[in-house]
Design a protein around this ligand. Structure first.
Ligand code: NAP
Length: 308
């Protein structure tokens, strides 16, 4: 029987792990298949307090990991596939094994969304990706495109200008959603060419199955054209990782966990934190704050249990 299991090892999960470990609860962190969460695939984080010159996302995550480990957190790469809190004990299926725990903090984060076009699955890794930091350097001196209009699309476009000959930023509206400072940087960069009011309707691969071009449609005029690009970077937001909790916890129409109260769920001992339950802010620092709150609540819950 575990005291606390933490599902996820992004900003929320690792902050929860630091607090729970420091409270001597020796939490078990189930990292899943993408350890480190979204920060591990990002570039410079400029708005995490305490780093006036910014810090690389992977470095920030590594530091949090070390900090949690230092206080006694344990880590496993197992992925949560099922969950049951309907009986006396909370049970979590990690890979093929059912684990029992007194408390759980679900901080399973969110995964990149794709466009849902034909042939998408086959093209991932062959000129289609959601991670500029991971794959950008493969596309030196060739044109690429980024799809989306938020901070991620702006950040990825700017990062890709280090490698690509040209970065087309394809957005379905005529205004970016990204923050003002990111917009200013995008518009000041000569290598980035925004393509407004436009959607990608088709991926076009070469005979080797590598991305060669995209078919575009202007949503105002319905004009269609082909654009030669060696890689498409999709940055259209994320989907919460809540598959294992469907039908068990309260989930909204977009798949986010709905807390009963702050970081508490409808089940005693089951807490939720980070992007898996945050449809509004989705910042590293808000995820860390929720992770902290969830660990403090879990600690209180466990000491109340012991006192009974
Ligand atoms: P986001 O803010 O939700 O933006 C998603 C973008 O993709 C929007 O511009 C949206 O268009 C577009 N989009 C959505 N579905 C689409 C579809 N099916 N086809 C075409 N376009 C589609 O997501 P994000 O950029 O990943 O950012 C998520 C959160 O993380 C935000 O809160 C952001 O501030 C934060 N973030 C911050 C930083 C930073 O501070 N440096 C960096 C990255 C992310 P519409 O605009 O028309 O809706």
């Amino acid at each position: 029987m575990e005291k606390v299991i933490i599902v996820g090892s992004g900003c929320a999960g690792l902050t929860a792990a630091i607090y729970a470990a420091r409270a001597n609860l020796t939490p078990l962190v189930l990292e899943g298949r993408q350890p480190g969460g979204q920060l591990s695939t990002t570039t410079l984080v400029e708005n995490y307090p305490g780093f006036p010159d910014g810090i690389d996302g992977p470095e920030l995550i590594l530091n949090m990991h070390r900090q949690a480990e230092k206080f006694g957190a344990r880590f496993s790469y197992a992925e949560v596939t099922d969950f049951d809190a309907s009986n006396k004990h909370i049970r979590i299926k990690a890979d093929d094994e059912w684990l029992e725990t007194r408390a759980v903090i679900i901080a399973s984060g969110a995964a990149a969304r794709y466009l849902g076009l034909e042939g998408e699955k086959k093209l991932v890794g062959h000129g289609l990706t959601s991670c500029a930091t991971c794959d950008g350097a493969f596309y030196k001196n060739v044109p690429v495109c980024v799809v989306g209009g938020g901070d991620s699309a702006a950040e990825e476009s700017l990062f890709l200008t280090r490698f690509a000959s040209k970065v087309y930023l394809i957005h379905r509206r005529d205004k970016l959603r990204a923050s003002k400072i990111m917009q200013e940087r995008v518009f000041a960069n000569k290598k980035i060419e925004p393509i407004w009011n436009t959607v990608v309707t088709q991926y076009i691969a070469d005979e080797k199955g590598e991305m060669r071009a995209v078919r575009l449609r202007n949503v105002k005029t319905n004009d269609e054209r082909e654009l030669e690009v060696a890689c498409v970077f999709v940055a259209i937001g994320h989907e919460p990782n809540t598959k294992a909790y469907r039908g068990k916890l309260d989930i909204d129409s977009e798949g986010y966990l709905i807390p009963k109260n702050s970081v508490e769920s409808k089940y005693p001992g089951v807490f939720i934190a980070g992007d898996v339950a945050d449809r509004v802010y989705k910042q590293a620092v808000t995820a860390a704050g929720m992770g902290c709150a969830a660990a403090l609540q879990a600690e209180k819950y466990l000491s109340d249990l012991e006192g009974r």
